[in-house]
Design a protein around this ligand. Structure first.
Ligand code: PHB
Length: 389
């Protein structure tokens, strides 16, 4: 009898210590980001936002200490995949996050699937990404969401003939396709579709061609970080003075660069999901704290994708009592999340694991001596129009 009792006590004690050790065990989040190379600003913005989220919400969730591991993929898909493998196998991360470019997300997707690790895409924005693995959840946006909004706005505002100019890879091809489809439906005409290389693009010959074609407007998609070069060359060629308007998705008038683009950017209209001056109390608090923690740096749409991505991870950890049930349970707890982001209300569609959010029309204006994307219209709760199933 006595030995039986002791045995039971031992089992209970062992069970309790297993629970306690799980509670103390560190939960690792591995962010794979371009910290060097052409997309380095994306890495910098997302890292700053993730660190801010942790500073504001603590580094303990459901009794587990959170460790953030940040790795630089240099914008190279092979590197992103190799790093993901190392993070899963060696570091035993519970969640992968980041992904500054579509090819980086697509290269990593099989690792998430094989290891059953939730993968939170905080930046990349080609529609197809969420279909590359059932473990992918997205907190950024899609080019299809934004481009459709511009395809509706432009023809209602006197723009009938357009040339499109996009970076020649996933998100650019989505932007071109979804803008064009909607624009044609609204009786617009796309006179030419130009694609520029993603790496080290020279916009000059393309812009010369646009000048010769003399459309009402040039529709542009280039990834975050490349907008200033387009703007500079557009203005240098006097294309605005020749009566060609510049429109596009908000990647071009990226808040990270906008203030350095000069007054030539004034009046440019874009469609996007986030502006630094989005008028809400939640955003004001976010922007003030972000600037304070980062020597006055403005958060851009990449920062918001990272900030919300961390929130999705934290909430999933809370709802699974610190990640009990592993990757599948965490993934289930990410699906269907709904909350107010600095960009407005968002939710993670449980079916597609993609983000549903407002898309805003914005015009570049000067406020207190600085350039901003000022929102003047909104299309509410936009689902990704680019899903194939
Ligand atoms: C992407 O590669 O998916 C991407 C990168 C930067 C953007 C938009 C999309 O601004």
């Amino acid at each position: 009898m006595k030995t039986l009792f002791n045995l039971r006590a031992l089992i209970v004690a062992l069970g309790m210590s297993a629970l306690a050790s799980q509670a103390q065990e560190v939960f690792k989040i591995g962010l794979i980001l371009p910290m060097t190379g052409q997309q380095a600003t994306t890495g910098k913005q997302i890292e700053a936002a993730a660190r801010l989220y942790m500073a504001q919400n603590g580094d303990k969730v459901a009794g587990r200490k959170i460790e953030l591991i940040i790795k630089d993929d240099g914008g190279m898909p092979d590197a992103a995949k190799r790093i993901a493998q190392e993070l899963v196998v060696n570091d035993k991360v519970g969640v992968l996050g980041g992904f500054g470019l579509t090819p980086l997300a697509l290269a990593t997707a099989p690792i998430a699937t094989q290891s059953k690790t939730p993968m939170v895409v905080m930046a990349a924005a080609t529609s197809i990404i969420t279909e590359a693995s059932p473990y992918i959840v997205r907190t950024s946006f899609t080019l299809a969401q934004c481009s459709v909004a511009m395809g509706d706005w432009a023809p209602k505002n006197g723009i009938k003939r357009v040339v499109t100019l996009v970076s020649d890879y996933g998100p650019g091809i989505d932007a071109e396709r979804f803008f064009k489809e909607r624009f044609l439906l609204n009786s617009g005409q796309v006179v030419e579709s130009l694609r520029v290389p993603l790496r080290n693009p020279d916009f000059a010959p393309f812009l010369q061609k646009v000048r010769d074609l003399k459309p009402d407007a040039l529709f542009v998609f280039v990834p975050s970080g490349a907008g200033a070069a387009v703007m500079k060359q557009f203005l240098e060629r006097g294309m605005d003075k020749a009566g060609i308007k510049l429109i596009g998705t908000g990647d071009m008038t990226d808040d990270d660069q906008l203030n350095d683009m000069g007054d030539g950017a004034l009046g440019v209209v874009t469609s996007h999901h986030y502006s630094t001056v989005h008028p809400s109390a939640v955003n004001k608090k976010f922007v003030d704290a972000f600037k304070k923690a980062n020597k006055g740096m403005r958060p851009n749409f990449m920062a918001v994708g990272g900030y919300d991505g961390m929130r999705v991870i934290y909430e999933a950890l809370k709802n699974t009592k610190g990640g009990q049930g592993g990757g599948d349970a965490l993934l289930a707890a990410m699906k269907g999340q709904i909350f107010e982001s600095p960009r407005g209300q968002i939710f993670i569609d449980a079916q597609t694991r993609d983000i549903v959010q407002n898309i805003y029309l914005r015009r570049v204006e000067k406020k207190d001596g600085e350039l901003y994307n000022v929102e003047f219209d909104v299309i509410k709760e936009v689902k990704d129009p680019g899903k194939t199933k």
